[in-house]
Design a protein around this ligand. Structure first.
Ligand code: HAM
Length: 422
């Protein structure tokens, strides 16, 4: 019987054994980001609603339809973060990190919230790792971020991730493209909602998945044909540097992202085994975002990778973590006095750096040994009345079944030595 309660609809939670894969992915990302000089940020999960409205953009689905917004007791409008980038930038500016060495390289992780239609791989509370490099226009920084994500997926054992790349131009050339696209779209046979979108956010129409819309978009003008000289040079350099690092990509001039702040480089990672929710990560430049939220002119680039979808991809490619926090030693006390003694021994082992657990609640030998087996331990330490009298414990190798008596005073060192030899 479970309780009277269930988790709220659409949230994703992690429990054993899947939680081991989640943790392995997040830890691997922490290692990769740290190795490349990115420092960790821990940020609030809620912010002033206006930050997202200005930063992510009022015309996006994320802001107009999907935010968890409420008024707090101080009558402030608060929103649970639907993404990390604007909060990261807000924090960097607030604490003056941009006044030091540029680019400011930071990463963050945790839950994000979007009121979406929940299904496998799409949740209302989901998890991202997010990485941002703020204060550089250098195309090498764009490629540093892309290669970091690429290598992260590789290191997890994922071999089927693909990368789509585009440039959305800048504040100079994008309006020209936008107008050309709008003119083209106005001539099509579209429903009322889509026509409204043509006026507000025409680039999003390119992302419309319906075949009757896609069929009409074949001759749509492409953003890459409208880039200004500086954006074209930037885009070409990004592609050259990606080739230098042997990161394969596909040019996708129709790639548009769901958030308004993007400029120049944009990219997405896909996984073919995830069905409709194949986007496992995405990112790009946001050279005007700082000004949009009232900050100085400060370019930036970064990405957010969906941890939930990364876990699903690891399961689909059968590279998910197999062991669940296995310990090395498991204590099996027989009787009250033994339980007290083993309790101390297990604590001493842990203090000496050995992963150890034990049986509680006065279990009999059979039940306690079952616990030892399930724990994944290499050795069981069995302690009965006769052992206590002899001042030793039985150390049982759970793989071979061999058992020897070890003096209690030597137990920690003996087990450490044996484990080191394995
Ligand atoms: P995004 O494309 O909206 O970008 O989200 C990044 C990733 O988060 C997606 O590729 C997907 O894997 C995951 N994701 C998004 N929504 C959900 C959901 N409802 N359920 C499960 N997973 C989801 C951003 O959020 C940008 N802030 C990325 C960025 C950072 N751009 C520049 N810097």
């Amino acid at each position: 019987m479970s309780s009277n309660f269930q988790a709220p609809k659409g949230v994703k939670e992690y429990f054993p054994p899947q939680s081991a894969t989640f943790l392995a992915a997040r830890d691997a990302f922490a290692t990769a980001a740290t190795r490349a000089g990115y420092a960790y940020l821990e940020l609030p999960v809620f912010e002033d609603t206006r930050l997202f409205a200005r930063g992510v953009g009022e015309s996006t689905d994320v802001v107009s339809k999907e935010m968890y917004t409420f008024e707090d007791k101080g009558e402030r409008s608060i929103t649970l973060r639907p993404e990390f980038t604007v909060g990261v930038l807000r924090s960097v500016l607030e604490h003056g990190l941009h006044k030091g060495e540029l680019p400011v390289k930071v990463w963050a992780t945790g839950p994000a919230f979007r009121y979406e239609r929940a299904q496998k791989g799409r949740y209302r509370q989901f998890y991202q790792v997010d990485l941002e490099a703020i204060g550089s226009e250098d195309p090498a920084v764009d490629v540093e971020t892309i290669a970091l994500a690429w290598d992260f997926y590789r290191d997890l054992g994922l071999t089927r991730v693909s990368l789509k790349l585009n440039s959305l131009g800048c504040r100079e050339c994008r309006p020209v493209y936008r107008a050309a696209l709008q003119e083209f779209l106005r001539g099509l046979d579209l429903d009322e909602d889509t026509r409204a979108r043509v006026e507000i956010n025409p680039l999003r129409v390119l992302d419309d998945k319906r075949p009757e819309v896609q069929a009409q978009l074949e001759d749509a003008p492409l953003v890459t044909d409208h880039l200004c000289g500086a954006c074209k040079a930037h885009h070409d350099q990004v592609r050259e540097l990606l080739a230098d690092l042997s990161v394969p990509w596909v040019d996708d001039p129709r790639l548009v992202r769901g958030l308004d702040y993007y400029t120049r480089t944009t990219y997405e990672f896909d996984h073919p085994l995830l069905g409709a929710q194949s986007g496992i990560g995405g990112g790009g430049r946001y050279d005007g975002l700082s000004e949009d939220i009232g900050g100085p002119s400060l370019p930036g680039i970064g990405f957010g990778l969906g941890l939930d979808r990364t876990v699903l991809a690891m399961e689909a490619e059968e590279v998910a973590a197999v062991t669940q926090s296995a310990v090395d030693v498991y204590g099996v006390p027989l009787g009250e006095e033994a339980e007290r003694k083993i309790f101390g021994l297990i604590a001493a082992l842990r203090r000496a750096g050995v992963a150890a657990d034990m049986s509680y609640d006065g279990k009999k030998l059979k039940g306690a040994m079952r616990g030892a087996g399930r724990s994944g331990a290499a050795y069981a330490v069995i302690l009965g009345e006769r052992d206590i009298a002899a001042g030793s414990a039985q150390v049982k190798d759970l793989a071979s079944g061999d058992q020897v008596a070890v003096p209690l005073a030597e137990l920690v060192t003996t087990l450490k030595e044996r484990l080191a030899q394995r």
